[in-house]
Design a protein around this ligand. Structure first.
Ligand SMILES: Nc1nc2c(ncn2[C@@H]2O[C@H](COP(=O)(O)OP(=O)(O)O)[C@@H](O)[C@H]2O)c(=O)[nH]1
Ligand SMILES: [Mg+2]
Length: 289
């Protein structure tokens, strides 16, 4: 029990520093992404291509998190962007206070986009808010299509999923469609229309800084994306849709299905598809015999 208590205190402290980071970034108009994945999924490679692509259009800076070495910061610095390496010396994730220290080494006034590459790990980074606008999870085909099921917290907390190493699909036993469906099943908000709602809360998080209140922002974003009536339904059912998971809805599943099926709106249609199990979590069946 004491372990749980300590962990909660650590996370509360972390969240407080993350809020300060968010305000600092907002005050300087910096949009921050937190890239997470297992080791070697391709975060730095995607970052390199992104830097190449954005050259001349956005002012980008990078914070690299690694257990040891500054190899990734060196890769990134070749693109002539400010890059700060955090070496965690064994720590398996970045924490908000480490990012705060790194921000002290950057000239925030001259940055539009900050990309934080987290330590390669599909478990711990999901719990730690760094003050970013959104988490981007990179999953690669060579890891297998079961990763959203095995590491649900990472996929649930991410706003964007990048499926990488698709050139290797012919060589590995990974079903990319199934992987995508599983990710959508874990996180209903990864659906095309529903995902507009968390995306629309971003503007408020930057505008309001420390005053940012998630539920109020959600309500406003949901109204803008789905209309007043549907927004009220989504707010009422948020816990069921977002946290309980489709397999734990019991009788509520049919009740929810009927209510959303009665609404003619693409957002409602995505909820119904999800409730119908279109994005099934578990297609595995034991072999006969
Ligand atoms: N075949 C293939 N290899 C890739 C791709 N993306 C990254 N890699 C390779 O995967 C390895 C790990 O990539 P890296 O970007 O360092 O991963 P990170 O640990 O997540 O930052 C490197 O050897 C990359 O060249 C891809 O799309 N296809
Ligand atoms: Mg890397």
């Amino acid at each position: 029990m004491s372990v749980i208590t300590i962990e909660r205190k650590v996370l509360e402290k972390n969240d407080e520093v993350a809020r300060q980071n968010r305000t600092l970034l907002a005050d300087h108009g910096v949009f921050a992404l937190n890239m997470v994945s297992s080791p070697g999924a391709g975060k730095t490679s995607i970052l390199e291509r992104t830097l190449e692509h954005l050259r001349g259009s956005l002012r980008v800076a990078v914070i690299e998190g690694d257990v040891q070495t500054d190899l990734d910061a060196r890769r990134v610095a070749k693109y002539n962007v400010p890059a700060v390496q955090i070496v965690t010396r064994g720590g398996c994730h970045l924490e908000a206070n480490l990012v705060r220290d790194a921000l002290g080494n950057l000239d925030l006034k001259s940055i539009d986009l900050l990309i934080i590459e987290n330590v390669g790990n599909l478990v711990c980074p999901s719990n730690y808010d760094l003050g970013e606008a959104m988490k981007v999870v990179v999953a690669s085909t060579t890891e297998g299509d079961d990763k959203p099921l095995k590491y649900p917290a990472m996929f649930r907390n991410a706003s964007v999923l990048i499926l990488n190493k698709i050139d290797l699909l012919p060589f590995c036993d990974c079903n990319a469609d199934l992987m995508e469906e599983r990710a959508r099943a874990i996180n209903p908000a990864l659906q095309p229309h529903l995902s507009l709602i968390p995306a629309a809360t971003l503007a408020a998080s930057y505008r309001e800084g420390m005053r940012y209140a998630y539920m109020r922002a959600f309500r406003e974003a949901a109204r803008a994306c789905a209309g007043d009536a549907l927004a009220s339904m989504l707010e009422m059912d948020l816990h069921a849709l977002q946290d309980r998971g489709i397999d734990h809805l019991g009788d509520d599943r049919e009740r929810l299905r009927q209510r959303y099926a009665a609404v003619a709106h693409p957002v409602a249609a995505e909820v119904v598809r999800w409730l119908d199990g279109a994005y099934t979590v578990d297609r595995w069946e034991p072999e006969a015999g």
